[in-house]
Design a protein around this ligand. Structure first.
Ligand code: IP8
Length: 251
């Protein structure tokens, strides 16, 4: 079983303070991940590392930069966060190794992402736990833009033909209008009112964009909060299940 799991930036960092790791949360996540029996690919978001520098340099998923200083600042910050997460996993005995998307991926002029997964696949086969992260990415005609962890998760899940996908975010799942966690989403229409169509263009982290992207996957996905990470790792589907194509029959 191959599982792709994203630890959201709001889970692993203190989003209010630039470049601040939430050490306690990272240690707790690492301890939960140490019990994984699946082949695990970990992706983490930018939190107060990548987003802080991206904002400062005016770079987004669509606004590019051809300033090498900006690229180094954003990528460097993400490498520091990645190092902290790899170290925390290593301290729990996980065979975690860093994989930096900036060195692998590219977008074409239309923004479509190419992410070769041979290296990650081989690392998994050799018993490693690859740890990727939101990053800057070469973008034809725009210099470099931001590549979000969510986009990486979707691309990795397809490229690796993952069996399960998990997004551990700052909220316990997708919330309905009354603030209750929605158990299961089979179509975007199920939650369109609660999430709002306007959010559909938010490709960097809005819940509507996450749900749309996960619905397009064949692997079933779960969106849950940090308290449910251990349950997800043990094979449960906590929080909100987003049933992709292969799971739409309710299996
Ligand atoms: O937090 C963004 O990743 P995300 C990464 O998953 C950067 O949206 C570099 C801002």
């Amino acid at each position: 079983m191959t599982t792709v799991l994203k630890l959201g930036g709001s889970v692993v960092t203190d989003k209010e303070a630039p470049e601040t790791v939430d050490e306690e949360a990272v240690a707790a996540a690492a301890s939960a991940l140490a019990d994984a029996t699946d082949d695990l690919v970990v992706v983490h978001g930018g939190g107060s590392f990548g987003h802080h520098h991206a904002d400062r340099h005016g770079v987004s998923t669509t606004e590019g930069t051809d300033d090498a200083v900006a690229v180094r600042d954003i990528h460097g910050a993400m490498k520091r966060l990645n190092g902290a997460i790899v170290d925390a996993l290593a301290a729990e005995g996980v065979a975690a190794v860093p994989v930096h998307p900036f060195s692998l991926a590219a977008r074409d002029e239309a923004g479509a992402l190419t992410l070769p997964t041979d290296g990650v696949q081989t690392l998994l086969g050799e018993g490693f736990t690859p740890v990727l992260h939101g990053d800057v990415v070469a973008h034809a005609g725009r210099g470099a833009t931001i590549l979000s962890g969510d986009e990486l998760v979707v691309s990795l899940a397809r490229g690796l033909d993952a069996d399960r996908v998990g997004l551990c975010s700052g909220v316990p799942g997708v919330l309905d209008e009354s603030g209750a966690v929605v158990d299961r989403i089979d179509a975007f229409a199920d939650v369109a009112d609660a999430l709002g169509e306007s959010d559909a263009t938010d490709v960097t982290g809005g819940m509507a964009a996450k749900v749309r992207a996960l619905l397009d996957l064949s692997a079933p996905a779960a969106i849950f909060g940090p308290d449910d990470l251990a349950a997800f790792v043990s094979g449960e589907r906590p929080g909100t299940v987003v049933a992709g194509g292969a799971d739409a029959d309710g299996s």
